[in-house]
Ligand binder design. Structure first.
Ligand code: MF3
Ligand code: CO
Ligand code: CO
Length: 272
């Protein structure tokens, strides 16, 4: 029988995966994270985001994997690269990075049918103080969200943990984009909101796979999408940052599938 027919879903339509499925997600997540490690040395002043994306395309091919984004809803690139006030879905191109630019690089790969989706922040040249604060708060917001993952808690608990932390630093959580279930598909239920009220939303169960990927703005939370139909920017032009992990719910917490093999996920590392 087709395994999708055999598979279990909650009443909210969230798929519950088997213990054996964690290994598939770990392999896919590890490749996506390794690519983000290897990309770090390609981020420098004068570099184009298109050249970074070309390198990512090659890395995915050389690993014998597939890019989940090339051909996805007409998207043509192996990564999204979102610079400064771009919130997400920045399209790689021939624009050159300037000193002090901050950028999110988001990669999703498919390995043996499993999806690994992760993003993190990079800087070209010297990191401005305001950007450093934003990046630190966004990173910590993701990790605080992951800390809230446990069977019996709810998705609202995750959103609330992230939102209250971010707002305590006088920054704002983007509402227009969210995390998502994934596994053998790229985007599945539920929508993982990065804001919310404790105890609301679906209840977490062991075997759920999803991303948490908060976008945090220094200014107001509103976004707009540019005429290319992809690039989302802050309406007030304020700086925006994002970090993303793919995780699985375990008996007592979360397993992070997209941990950096080189310990490079955290923004304070330095390269070169
Ligand atoms: N990786 C993104 C996410 O976190 C989705 C990118 S879709 C693309 O869900 F088509 F823009 F690449
Ligand atoms: Co995602
Ligand atoms: Co992503």
């Amino acid at each position: 029988m087709d395994e999708d027919l055999r598979s279990r879903h909650t009443k909210d339509g969230i798929r519950i995966y088997d213990p054996a499925d964690f290994a598939g997600m770990k392999a896919a997540g590890a490749l996506a994270a390794r690519i983000l490690d290897d990309v770090a040395e390609l981020v420098f002043v004068g570099q184009t985001t298109g050249a970074i994306d070309d390198a990512i395309t090659k890395m995915v091919e050389e690993a014998g994997a597939t890019s989940a984004t090339i051909g996805y809803k007409g998207y043509k690139h192996a990564s999204c690269i979102s610079v400064n006030h771009v919130v997400c879905h920045g399209i790689p191109g021939d624009k050159r990075l300037k000193d002090g630019d901050i950028l999110n690089i988001d990669v999703t790969v498919i390995v043996d049918g499993w999806f690994g989706d992760t993003s993190r922040m990079y800087v070209a040249g010297k990191l401005p103080r305001k950007a450093e604060r934003l990046i630190q708060v966004t990173h910590d917001a993701l990790m605080i969200g992951i800390d809230a993952v446990k069977p019996g808690k709810t998705f609202g608990d995750i959103g609330h943990a992230i939102q209250s932390f971010v707002e305590s630093h006088r920054m704002s959580v983007v509402r227009d984009f969210c995390g998502h279930g994934l596994g053998r598909v790229f985007h599945a239920p539920p929508n993982v909101l990065h804001y919310g009220r404790p105890g609301t939303g679906a209840t977490l169960e062991e075997g759920m796979f999803f991303t948490i990927e908060p976008m945090v703005n220094l200014g107001r939370p509103e976004t707009k999408t540019l005429a290319d139909d992809w690039t989302a920017v802050t309406r007030d032009k304020s700086l925006s940052a994002q970090f993303e992990h793919s995780i699985g719910v375990t008996a007592d917490g979360a397993e992070i599938f997209t941990l950096s093999p080189g310990g490079l996920f955290h923004p304070t590392y330095s390269v070169g």
